[in-house]
Design a protein around this ligand. Structure first.
Ligand code: NAD
Length: 361
């Protein structure tokens, strides 16, 4: 196959980790007999330095004309970087929100997986960590409370702030279909997380998702209230396969799920629209404190590249090869500084890339 991939190295450690992920993509192309053509795109602080704005129309067009986008991370140190003396709409993060909107990325996927080799970094009780977990959080990304009408008014001398939580059935259906498609490629369970005992929007989610479930008789649908889910994630995360939820609940629960898996340098993510197109990026930020030192952990970005292979290019075999290579490197005792533990061998960013490439077969 021929695929066009837009690369957004971004700021801080972004260029270092994207360079390693690109090597992994090149290897996957070779293994599958594919040709990947890359287009480099500026976003965030580096775009401000070059073009005066965090995102240009050309950058959006390049991404739109690609099959998928792989991004490092953007932003700098808010205390010292001149980017943060600009008005909010001109700062690096404004570019990130704008590109997600321009690409209509409504489904955010955040896997949370506990590697047996890293279970010491898991903050859960030993007997829970021992069982391990492997879940996929599917969060609606462009609707709900964060995008509803908001205002603050004065009512008889008392300040009153209003945020609106609104969803229509189409917004729910399209992300639910994504979640069920993903569950079919996994352990075939979807847990819909909501607050249906209180919120009308949650009750609409329940009825629309139940309708979608009828088209997936091989997938089991369970409903769970959000407060219970927050507890279950720390009590028994192994029970979850795909967790589907609206924007704000997903914002909070996906960070909780990340936290229990141990290290931010290991966590990938994907944002998808209703085609095969997606934007793939590590869950962490640009880590300005370690940028340029060659010590950043590239695994989250490499696993994001594996998601790109799986979800945008349907190269499941090559995605498996990347994920297995990462597991093997950890089993062989290699670690970057952020996940280092006693008895392991510490390596830098590029060396970690070499070790993963060697194990891809
Ligand atoms: P951060 O995730 O960049 O860093 C938090 C801590 O984790 C730091 O100590 C950092 O060294 C470490 N860390 C993160 N990724 C690592 C990796 N791959 N390897 C080793 N260590 C790693 O969060 P922050 O410091 O709050 O934010 C820094 C900048 O990143 C800010 O400008 C923020 O706005 C931006 N940010 C960008 C994104 C994105 O691009 N999607 C997401 C979050 C934060």
């Amino acid at each position: 196959m021929n695929a066009k991939i837009a690369l957004i190295p971004g700021d801080g450690i972004g260029p270092e980790v994207v360079a390693q992920a690109k090597r992994v993509l090149d290897k996957a192309a070779e293994m599958s007999g594919s040709t990947f053509e890359y287009a480099e795109v500026y976003l965030g602080g580096c775009s401000i330095d070059r073009f005066g704005v965090p995102l240009t129309d050309e950058a959006v067009e390049t991404c739109k004309s690609s099959d998928a986008v792989l991004m490092g991370s953007i932003g700098g140190d808010a205390k010292t970087s001149p980017w943060y003396r600009l008005p909010p709409e001109k700062r690096p993060e404004a570019g990130l929100l704008a590109i997600r909107k321009a690409l209509n990325l409504f489904a955010n996927l955040r896997p949370a997986y506990l590697y047996p080799e890293l279970k010491d970094a898991c903050p859960l009780k030993e007997e829970i960590a021992e069982r391990g977990f492997d879940l996929m959080m599917v969060r609606e990304l462009t609707g709900g409370l964060y995008f509803g009408k908001r205002y603050t008014e004065d009512v008889n001398g008392v300040k009153n702030a209003v945020d609106t939580l609104s969803y229509n059935e189409e917004e729910i259906r399209r992300v639910a279909i994504r979640a069920f498609d993903i569950a079919q490629k996994r352990r075939k369970q979807v847990t819909l997380v909501d607050k249906a005992n209180v919120l009308d929007s949650s009750r609409l989610w329940r009825s629309v998702v139940a309708e979608v479930a009828k088209d997936y008789p091989d997938v089991t649908l369970t409903n769970m209230l959000v407060d219970n889910c927050a507890m279950q994630l720390v009590k028994d995360p192994a029970q979850f396969d795909v967790v589907l939820t609206e924007n704000m609940f997903g914002d909070i629960l996906s960070d909780e799920a990340s936290m229990i898996s141990g290290s931010i340098g290991m966590l990938s993510s994907a944002s998808l629209n209703d085609t095969k197109f997606g934007l793939y990026e590590p869950s962490g930020g640009s880590a300005p404190d370690i940028a340029g030192k060659g010590i950043a952990n590239p695994i989250a970005t490499i696993l994001s590249a594996a998601m790109l292979l799986r979800f945008s290019l349907d190269l499941d075999r090559e995605a498996d090869a990347v994920e297995n290579a990462v597991r093997q490197v950890l089993a062989d005792g290699y670690r970057t500084g952020d996940i280092m533990s006693e008895g392991c061998t510490q390596v830098g960013t590029a060396e970690m890339g070499d070790l993963i490439l060697e194990r891809m077969g």
